[in-house]
Design a protein around this ligand. Sequence first.
Ligand code: G3P
Ligand code: CA
Length: 283
Amino acid sequence: MSKPLVLAHRGARSVAPENTLAAARRAAELGADGWELDVQLTADGELIVMHDGTLTRTTDAASVFPGRAPWRVADFTLDEIRTLDAGSWFMREDPFGTIAGGEVTRDEAQAYRGERVPTLREALLLSADLGLVVNIELKGTPLAPLSPQGREMVEKVVALVRELGLVEGVIVSSFDHERIRYLKAIAPDIPAALLVLVLPSDPVGYVKGYGADALNPQATAYDGGSARQLRAAGYGVYLWTVNAPDELARFAADPCVSGIITDWPQRLRTILGPTGYHPGGPR
Ligand code: G3P
Ligand code: CA
């Protein structure tokens, strides 16, 4: 039986600041097959790795640029964003209690200070070096028509993936399904997935309609029957975000699950045993 891919959510974000190169390194050290990251466009059209549409939760933007509220990513250039500290908040907030719990030492947490917001290029290059698959989530507006920004983001991601020769090492996903439709229209060879909060009534027809390769449902919406249909039709099923040990064990044993996105890749790797993933088809 093939094992589901272990995908570290925003990197190994339980033990490192999310969406940073440090989080990717920790994911690799903890035995993840890959990581999921979020992509946004800066004011000058650069692809950066960040979850929120604003800079304040995970960087010191508010103190570095006090007059620039509400600190939208889209209002800052890459050069400005590169001055920010995207690591110190992790020590201050200890978002998963792993510093207090001793899983992350104070020295390790201190070392995250000054971590920079990565460009997608840097993240992909490091991932290639580490042998990590990358799930590139395109942040956008769900259920909206394809916007000029959406089109620009898709075209830039496609160009970058091609330039770096990483078509077989990525899967692109989005809640903005029109971005996926467009991506598959201009790059049918790049694997792509539709993120959903609830399952469509006809999952196979839905995925097929967008030309996608996989459906990525929120784990709470998972339904074994739909997953069986999708897998039988040749589509992937990636679940997010699964963290509880009993849930991880349940989905790890489900042959219809292609991959599991988790904040705790170390837990999932322990459940699954040694990695069995071979590049060439993240589906
Ligand atoms: O890719 C699945 C998951 O990352 C989507 O939710 O909010 O963590 O980006 P979010
Ligand atoms: Ca995400």
